[in-house]
Design a protein around this ligand. Structure first.
Ligand code: IMP
Length: 424
């Protein structure tokens, strides 16, 4: 602290929420700066699992204020469902503990409809989106057609813009063979949400700068990951926001110079959900074993995740781009009992050794991993609380990841519960 950023170093699902939850014990505010309800953040507190898509994980810490920043895209229906779920789970959220940016863009029904229609039109070239309307909502933002939270409170303008957007989107949907959205219903839903969301709305960028000036400790909670970042990821197989640490200032209003600590979260293996190149993918029995042991199924969509070995080329890229101070390594326990462990240390592309992540999908698809193999380790790691408690094979694997990825591994998680981790 005072401003710590936690970002994913792979293709998402690294266990960022688990690390944010841990670090939020020392935070006053937890800030989401990008993404929307495509996110699936799972935290296990005292054996109880809570899944969040939109609201920052800080909401699970009493005394912590959660902020949904201007860079997020907000689906009000999901927001209200999540607030209700939290209240039912024993975490009621009053508006003082959740501030929502007046500048965040709203996800409307036509965004979801277009997301589905574009995906089906892409056919074999589909991205494998979560279907939450994320890409179309960010597209409208940069095409100057977005509807923001603050627009809810100017009714004549809201009506004109929603109706005109619906008309335009329905033309697109029609051309794609998809049914139109109901403009009147979309407008009525927004009007009905207005009073409910109003108490949460804030100029969060100013709020955060004031908090920094007052000495508050901030934790920025990245969603998705560097390799899904729209500018720096494996484009076009990415999400539509700046998920790397570079998105923090733009998506929250936190001044770049205020950031003091950058943590890249990586799993001890790799997964990817949706389409796109994945050089270290393991489609055989070892991948299947990782999927089952690691329960690698999407939190948002339930899709089985593609599994593979730790890709040091990708991790190095993320660590370097984010200028990470450290790595938090998750799910090491899942690898116990595997006969051998692998790290992809470089790519072989057309007979050439490549140490850096190429920009184009063609090269990534052609990339064959250059493997480094390690003997497996045995045992239940979930009780380990010191690095010395880990089996020698696990320690050697962590050392290798640290060496290959280019930043110290300071935290290792060995189970889903809050307490199941060790520091080094
Ligand atoms: P979208 O964000 O729904 O547009 O999906 C674009 C790509 O990002 C797809 O490959 C999704 O599977 C992936 N994606 C989006 N959010 C997450 C996430 O939270 N974890 C992992 N993958 C994600």
């Amino acid at each position: 602290m005072p401003v710590t950023c936690v970002v994913g170093a792979q293709w998402g699902d690294e266990g960022k929420a688990r690390i944010v939850d841990l670090l939020s014990g020392d935070a006053d505010l937890v800030v989401r700066y990008q993404g929307g309800a495509n996110t699936g953040h799972t935290v296990v507190v005292n054996g109880k699992t809570v899944k969040l898509h939109l609201i920052p994980v800080g909401v699970l810490r009493e005394g912590c204020v959660s902020v949904v920043g201007n860079g997020c895209v907000l689906d009000l229906k999901v927001l209200f469902e999540e607030l209700e779920m939290l209240a039912r789970s024993g975490y009621p959220v009053d508006p003082a503990r959740l501030r929502v940016s007046d500048r965040a863009h709203l996800v409307l029904p036509y965004h979801r409809a277009l997301d589905a229609a574009y995906e089906s039109a892409r056919g074999a070239g589909r991205i494998g989106t979560t279907g939450r309307g994320i890409g179309p909502c960010y597209s409208d933002k940069v095409a100057y057609k977005g509807i923001r939270v603050c627009d809810l409170f100017d009714d004549p303008s809201l009506e004109a813009r929603v109706l005109s957007n619906c008309e335009e989107k329905n033309r697109h949907l029609g051309a794609l063979g998809a049914p139109p959205v109901d403009a009147a219903a979309a407008l009525a839903d927004l009007r009905a949400s207005r009073d409910r969301v109003a108490p949460f709305v804030e100029d969060t960028a100013a709020f955060l700068r004031d908090a920094i000036a007052a000495g508050s400790r901030l934790l920025c909670e990245g969603a998705q990951a560097v390799l899904l970042d729209v500018d720096h990821g494996t484009y076009p197989y990415v999400s539509a926001s700046n998920a790397s640490v570079l998105g923090v200032p733009a998506g929250s209003g936190i001044p770049p110079r205020a950031i003091t600590r950058i943590v890249c979260v990586a799993k001890a293996y790799a997964t990817r959900v949706g389409e796109g190149p994945f050089p270290s993918e393991e489609t055989g029995a070892e991948g299947q074993r990782i999927r089952e042991r690691g329960r690698e199924f999407g939190t948002t969509t339930g899709r089985p995740r593609r599994c593979g070995w730790f890709d040091a080329v990708a991790a190095r890229y993320s660590v370097s781009l984010c200028d990470a101070d450290e790595i938090a390594l998750t799910k090491l326990d899942i690898l116990a009992g595997m006969e051998r462990l692998r790290i992809c240390t470089a790519y072989d592309i057309g007979g050439r050794r490549v140490d850096r992540l190429p920009a184009d999908v063609g090269s990534l698809r052609a990339a064959k991993p250059v493997w480094k193999d390690f003997p497996g380790f045995e045992g239940d790691l979930s009780g380990c609380r010191n690095i010395a408690d880990l089996p020698a094979g696990a320690r050697a694997f962590v050392d290798a990841i640290e060496r290959e990825a280019g930043a110290p591994v300071r935290l290792v998680s060995v189970g889903a519960d809050r307490a199941q981790y060790l520091t080094r």
